[in-house]
Design a protein around this ligand. Structure first.
Ligand code: PLP
Length: 364
């Protein structure tokens, strides 16, 4: 039976429970247990043109052939999303369908098979439900969900794979960035070029970013701000986050395209800004505008936005060796946006855009 047939027949996913759960509910609740995988994982295999053998099983290492194509040629795509323990105790997953759309865009670019929306949603929601004890309580805590597909076909030599695994793992998570960032505008290395893969969450993009990021960290920066590949004249993203500014009170962010990844956090914060009556502009922002804007005081805030950190304030931007400083304080617009996003995620205000899926405990 294929995965879709399972779902069509209203059978639930086969679940092979962990024989010895590692869950220590007290450790999760007191946030002592962080950044470790939960007890279960989802896995399905693709061959002969179909997803098959979908199941949930105990989290464990997976055997691969040393010649699995994904290990050599990076046919490997992932997503990063989160579930929250809401104030009333329910567990909610944030924007599953939006993440799914991007997953399939990434998979298409890497010549990998699409995952049907029902399969993606069922896999994630069932896994989170089963491991609900691993979802830590707020205020900034969450359960990080990592869906991914990798080419598993064994083959000596380059070829586009015909066999893949789709897996979902997850675990309790604390925000990555705690203090305001010091970032460097990158004028030498490139993350993404037109016609390339910058819009896809494919493994190779992250491997290629590590060396320039390490060089910046050796100079005392937390991250780089990537600029356009041709002239290094326009800012694009900050590390693995989208970039936003407050300029004359307006929320300004560079437009997504093939070099700027379409962040779910970015999209959500733009919507929230509009809901709060803040003007939003998607437009190119040059490095020169960042410099003169901070100097003249028209740019009052800069921040990175992404699932991991949610909102990461930027305190210092270094442009060609010159440090430009911003004041990060409680009254910043970015914190009002983040607060409202959290209010939706934790169920404190109405979910007017239908972003949360409540997992209801039926998998337990
Ligand atoms: C994942 C990612 C983001 C942020 O996307 P979210 O959906 O908000 O997590 C931004 N830029 C890059 C390069 C990313 O990989």
């Amino acid at each position: 039976m294929t995965l879709l047939e399972y779902l069509d027949s209203h059978m639930s996913l086969p679940i092979d429970r962990a024989a010895t759960p590692r869950l220590d509910a007290d450790a999760v609740a007191s946030l002592k247990l962080m950044n470790v995988p939960g007890d279960h994982m989802f896995i399905a295999e693709y061959s002969h043109g179909e997803w098959r053998k979908a199941r949930i099983q105990a989290y464990r290492p997976i055997p691969f052939s040393p010649l699995a194509l994904g290990l050599h040629y990076a046919q490997s795509v992932f997503e990063g999303m989160k579930a929250y323990r809401m104030d009333d105790g329910r567990i909610g997953v944030f924007r599953t369908l939006r993440h799914h759309e991007r997953f399939n865009r990434s998979l298409e670019r890497m010549l990998m098979p699409a995952v049907p929306a029902e399969v993606f949603a069922e896999a994630i929601h069932t896994l989170v439900d089963l491991d609900r004890g691993w979802v830590p309580p707020g205020p900034d805590s969450s359960y990080y969900i990592r869906p991914f597909v990798i080419a598993t076909e064994e083959r000596m030599g380059l070829k586009a794979a015909d066999e893949f695994s789709f897996m979902v793992v997850g675990g309790p998570f604390r925000p990555v960035y705690t203090k305001p960032l010091r970032v460097k505008v990158e004028r030498t290395y490139t993350r993404a070029a037109h016609g390339g893969t910058g819009y896809a969450k494919c493994a190779g993009n992250y491997a290629a970013a590590m060396y320039p990021t390490k060089l910046a960290q050796d100079e005392g920066f937390d991250q780089v701000i990537w600029t356009d590949a041709r002239d290094h004249a326009y800012v694009e993203e900050s590390g693995t986050m989208n970039l936003m500014f407050i300029i004359n009170g307006v929320l300004v962010t560079p437009p997504t395209g093939d070099t700027i990844l379409s962040g779910v956090t970015r999209d959500s914060l733009m919507q929230i800004a509009r809901d709060l009556g803040i003007d939003v502009q998607e437009r190119a922002v040059s490095v020169d505008e960042v410099r003169t804007g901070i100097q003249s005081g028209t740019i009052t805030e800069a921040f990175g936005v992404g699932t991991a950190a949610s909102v990461a304030p930027i305190q210092t931007i270094s442009i060609d060796g010159e440090d430009l400083s911003l004041s990060v304080h409680d009254g910043c617009t970015m914190f009002a946006l983040k607060q409202r996003l959290n209010d939706i995620r934790f169920g404190r205000i109405a979910d007017q855009h239908g972003w949360m899926t409540i997992v209801d405990g039926t998998a337990r």
